[in-house]
Write a protein that binds this ligand. Structure first.
Ligand code: NAP
Length: 255
């Protein structure tokens, strides 16, 4: 199913820990050269050293998704050291604090949208010239089941796929991931004719610092669908919203 992954080049944002680090590791284990994007140089270089210690071709690049100048510099650095990208994984994200909509400070909403939505547009537009040099470019936008408007709307319906009634609201985060789903479809539509596949992917619920290390899948399991969608063969799906699961096959999520 997966296209040839040797000598291919990927960029993962927010890759110094959590889901991004797991995706970086799995892509590199498939033989890709992976740019490990991180906003903090020390944390990024530490993760780079750990993964290179496993024999993986992982290269740190400084990248704060909210800073246009930082993103432009990262694009320039990648261009000068490889010249193209075959996959972009927009993973960097923030999710705290977990509050009801009526209690959410406006600053929290702004920060969530700035990092999780504007950041994705910022990085995608800056990296598109490099992706257009690939013969099979893929863009993966890391979303969440919490971005599913259908799931939220059916939250109190016992026949829903999410019937537990405990669907957390967390306005800034849920809004931001719904917006990520929306922009994914629009990019997919624009780039379809060029063969660039763009998909929204949830890692499911996996233990990271963002959720006090709770979850129902391991980080490795959660990274599987993002990795699969970043290495899709020609003719693969585009404009979809999928989620990692325990079987490894993944499931399609409702918008
Ligand atoms: N964990 C889950 O169960 C789960 C479920 C669904 C979706 N997700 C999504 O998975 C992605 C990764 O989350 P995670 O759970 O791995 O959380 P995490 O462990 O907190 O990692 C978040 C990463 O994003 C980086 N980041 C935050 N703001 C950034 C910015 N402005 N520029 C560049 N990097 C930035 C962080 O860097 P620092 O280390 O410098 O802070 C960190 O590397 C997010 O998009 C999240 O919404 C996670």
């Amino acid at each position: 199913m997966t296209s040839s992954t040797t000598s291919r080049i990927a960029l993962v944002t927010g890759a110094n820990k959590g889901v991004g680090r797991a995706i970086t590791r799995q892509l590199a284990e498939l033989g890709l050269t992976v740019w490990l994007g991180a906003r903090d140089t020390e944390r990024g270089q530490r993760a780079e050293a750990e993964l290179r210690g496993l024999g993986l071709d992982v290269r740190f690049v400084h990248l704060d998704v909210t800073d246009e100048a930082s993103v432009a510099l990262a694009a320039k650095h990648i261009e000068q050291n490889g010249g193209r990208l075959d996959a972009l994984v927009n993973n960097a994200g923030i999710s705290r604090p977990w509050l009801a909509p009526s209690e959410t400070p406006i600053g929290n909403v702004r920060a969530s949208l700035e990092t999780n939505v504007v950041g994705v547009v910022n990085v995608t537009n800056a990296m598109l010239p490099l992706l257009r040099r690939s013969d099979a470019a893929r863009i993966v936008n890391i979303s969440s089941v919490l971005g599913s408007i259908t799931a939220a709307a059916e939250n109190h319906d016992p026949t829903s796929v999410f019937p537990d009634g405990g669907f957390p609201a967390t306005l800034g985060y849920t809004m931001s991931k719904a917006a990520v789903n929306s922009l994914t479809v629009h990019y997919a539509n624009e780039l379809r004719a060029e063969g660039i596949l763009v998909n929204a992917v949830s890692p499911n619920w996996v233990p990271t610092d963002a959720n006090d290390n709770t979850g129902i899948l391991t980080l490795e399991q959660g990274a599987r669908m993002p990795v699969r969608m970043a290495t899709l063969p020609v003719g693969g799906p585009t404009g979809t919203f999928v989620c990692s699961d325990a079987t490894g096959d993944g499931v399609i999520l409702p918008w």
